[in-house]
Design a binder for this molecule. Structure first.
Ligand SMILES: *Cc1c(COP(=O)(O)O)cnc(C)c1O
Length: 391
């Protein structure tokens, strides 16, 4: 397939990350693999079978369209919608055993109606408001929920209760997150006292699963960690401060790579690229790479990004263009047209996770990954013979 860049997905890296998560949360906590945003840009179609091969069979998505994609690839795994389902999509979800969050009464009423009509139980997770103030029932609203559920026990299965934290990756939110855990437990106890006992209590995203052991409960919803990225530097340090070797236990699953398109020399005092954002302060050598913001390489990485060429970490200089970027190869003058350029992932012993340098926030990892275009060719590498046979 013609393309200016390619994505490789490393099965052995994924298995490493899942083993790490499992050893962190313990054997009794279920892991749900969060694959919203086209599996954080890795590609739902390729990534879901990789996760299944690693022994996980529960997936979390944001919306019904994503759930449909996962169910087409993976008819036997459980799928949970955490966000949007149109009322017209609810019927599909219920008939196909897709689980979903309930955080407002209209969805619950519609779900019960559909369930009655088709005599098929709706698999619901009650989301509690605990302090994020986004979606979720407050304790007051839960009285209405109980009224709706009472007498309708044949039409739903109370799969779980859940909430989401307001930034578990930052110590700045410590008090707020602690208070959310407390509120969750209080509300859940109260619901139990009313005779409703959700089967699976789940609240933790990656950062909470690492930094707040009490948030793990029965299941964790893990996104960014399984892909081999940290939610924040704080979470990383929180995790390795207790380890002996202090090495990063995660491995990048994705390798996004392109090739050097051209190399050339630039004399001292010349501006490089559009405008005047970068001036050569000495004689330089530069390489152009055919990847720009239209291919998912964020313009905010202008004069900020790093790439790997010949095992060296090199700077993106000037403005990221629509279709190409420019790299300072003065440190690596032997670079030639056709050399591999790693935009995200590992090369030799070096690694690029977008936000791992400079002033860039780790949020850029989430954003840049999830915006990787679907049409970049993706291949799975390092499958063991066993997983190859199963696929
Ligand atoms: C995205 C999301 C997660 C996973 O977050 P990570 O930081 O990637 O682990 C968990 N729960 C909810 C509700 C989410 O929207």
């Amino acid at each position: 397939m013609f393309a200016t860049s390619r994505i490789e997905l490393d099965q052995s890296a994924l298995e490493n990350n899942i083993n790490f998560i499992r050893s962190t949360v313990g054997p009794d906590v279920q892991i749900s693999s969060v694959v919203k945003g086209n599996a954080y840009g890795h590609g739902i179609f390729e990534f879901v079978p990789m996760v299944e091969a690693a022994g996980i069979n529960h997936f979390s998505v944001f919306s019904a369209d994503e759930a449909l994609e996962v169910s087409n690839i993976s008819p036997n795994s459980s799928i949970m919608i955490m966000g949007y389902i149109g009322n017209e999509e609810l019927e599909w979800a219920i008939l196909n055993d897709v689980e979903f969050f309930v955080f407002e009464c209209d969805r619950l009423q519609k779900a019960l109606e559909i369930s009655k009509k088709f005599e098929k139980k709706a698999k619901i997770h009650l989301e509690y408001e605990t302090g994020l103030n986004r979606t979720g029932f407050s304790k007051g609203q839960l009285s209405d929920v109980i009224d709706l559920l009472t007498g309708n026990e044949k039409f739903f299965e109370l799969m779980g209760s859940c909430t989401h934290y307001a930034g578990a990756e930052s110590i700045a939110n410590f008090v707020r997150v602690k208070s959310q855990i407390k509120t969750f437990n209080k509300v859940d106890k109260w619901l139990n006292s009313k005779g409703f006992s959700p089967k699976t209590r789940h609240t933790a995203c990656s950062a909470a699963a690492i930094s707040y052991p009490k948030s793990r409960m029965d299941m964790v919803r893990v996104g960014i960690l399984q892909y081999g990225f940290w939610p924040s530097k704080e979470t990383f340090i929180d995790c390795i401060k207790h380890s002996d070797d202090r090495l990063d236990p995660l491995k990048r699953v994705i390798k996004w790579k392109s090739t050097v398109m051209d190399v050339k020399e630039v004399a001292t005092g010349e501006f490089i690229g559009y405008g005047t954002t970068f001036m050569a302060s000495e004689n330089m050598k530069i390489a152009t790479v055919p990847v720009g913001y239209s291919h998912g390489y964020s313009r905010s990485l202008s004069n900020q990004g790093r790439v790997l060429i010949r095992g060296l970490r090199l700077a993106v200089i000037g403005i990221v263009n629509m279709n190409l970027l420019i790299v300072d190869i003065s440190e690596c003058p032997s670079t030639e047209k056709g050399d591999e350029v790693v935009l995200i992932g590992d090369q030799d012993n070096n690694s690029i996770s977008v936000a791992s340098f400079g002033e860039l926030s780790n949020q850029l990892n989430y954003e840049l990954l999830s915006r990787l275009p679907r049409n970049i060719p993706r291949t799975v590498i390092n499958q063991s013979e066993l997983t190859q046979k199963n696929n």
